[in-house]
Design a protein. Structure first.
Length: 377
């Protein structure tokens, strides 16, 4: 992609008008300002994937007034060349001997309520509190959640690109899974493939063989993969856009156990039923219930031990969460995983796709087969 095309793509993902939308959301929430330090919130609003360090970098968005980005002087060039540099927002700097928190306070005056980024370091939140003694601090996530949940067309395309990239990795997995190899060896090769297929970072590689497949967040181990063992492969990474991939498929080296095949058919039906339920206005807890009911009706309910899904975007886990108790209706543009699982103990299984809530139903970001992939190796 040439420089002009890159700039156009960045502007589409991080449009200048987003700062205004954030300011209006802050005002509607009764806040005087938002202070966003490096992390997904700052990147969402400005496109600036700022370095996280002990030096304060923050976007200050007053509910009324002009926003400004405060950066250490030594990082000014980086900030200007990031997508934030094209937004028309003021980029202010501070010197090594300055107090940047006092600088923020001087610009804000005497605000009553200020929300800070959910992932602001506690040490920084305390220093900001001390610099603004009359302000009540809260988390900005509740203010930004509604904006971040409704993915734009550019964000959906970024997620589609991420989904296609991780799909390409899953198509390689059958060539990497062999009886006699360890989970760690396979995981290392998968990580290399994640980068080779377009991601800039590897976020996680779960290779759960045999009984390890019954641990949903299993870490790679030196366990040797045996013949006839199901293997759960849950993988994801971050694309150059900042948007994430996350997809789980199940493989078996040789013929699977009969009892595994029995419940895999149930899991496949549950995942498909939950995906079909997705539409604007549907409650997340209703999507969860559909998957859970299919699994429980077949007698495996006690082995489905986690929520059905989580939102995804600039974070692997963000709102909306597809879980009992979430009664905030799905909106067009919401993006999340649908990943029911069954984990009886001797082995386990999970099928995961990223799905976007389209105007008329679900739009899958992952298109590889959801059938059990049997590897003759």
């Amino acid at each position: 992609m040439d420089n002009d095309a890159t700039a156009v793509a960045a502007t589409a993902l991080y449009p200048p008008e987003r700062i205004g939308a954030v300011a209006r959301a802050a005002e509607a929430a009764g806040l005087d300002a938002l202070v966003l330090t490096p992390g997904p919130d700052l990147r969402y609003v400005t496109g600036y994937d700022a370095h996280v360090s002990e030096r304060l970098t923050c976007l200050v968005v007053p509910a009324r007034g002009e926003a400004f980005l405060l950066v250490p002087r030594l990082e000014l060039a980086v900030a200007r060349t990031s997508p934030a540099g094209a937004l028309g927002v003021e980029i202010a700097t501070w010197e090594e001997t300055d107090d940047p928190f006092a600088a923020v306070a001087a610009r804000l005056g005497t605000p009553g309520r200020v929300a800070v980024a959910d992932q602001m370091w506690a040490a920084m939140a305390f220093r900001l509190r001390d610099a603004l003694p009359g302000a009540a601090l809260s988390a900005a996530g509740e203010v930004l959640r509604g904006l971040r949940m409704r993915k734009s067309a550019a964000e959906i395309e970024a997620l589609r690109e991420a989904g296609a990239a991780i799909d390409r990795v899953h198509r390689i997995v059958p060539h990497l899974l062999k009886a006699g190899r360890t989970e760690r060896e396979v995981g290392r090769d998968i990580a290399e493939a994640i980068l080779a297929e377009g991601h800039v970072t590897v976020d996680f590689t779960i290779v759960g063989s045999g009984p390890n497949g019954a641990s949903p967040h299993h870490e790679l181990s030196d366990r040797v993969i045996g013949r006839g063992e199901p293997v759960v492969v849950d993988i994801g990474g971050t694309m150059p856009s900042g948007y994430r991939s996350d997809s789980t498929r199940v493989y078996c080296v040789g013929a699977p156990p009969a009892e595994f095949t029995d419940y895999y058919v149930v899991l496949r039906a549950a995942q498909e039923a939950a995906v079909r339920t997705v539409a604007p206005g549907v409650l997340p807890e209703a999507v969860d219930a559909v998957a859970r009911d299919v699994i429980a009706s077949a007698g495996y309910g006690e082995f489905f031990v986690h929520r059905t899904g989580h939102g995804i975007g600039l974070e692997t886990h963000e709102h909306p969460y597809i879980v009992a108790g979430n009664t905030e209706p799905l909106t067009e543009g919401a993006a999340f995983s649908i990943e029911p699982g069954i984990y009886p103990g001797p082995h386990g299984a999970r099928i995961e796709d990223i799905v976007v809530c389209g105007p008329n139903g679900p739009d899958r970001m992952n298109l590889t087969t959801r059938d059990l992939v049997i590897i003759d190796a």
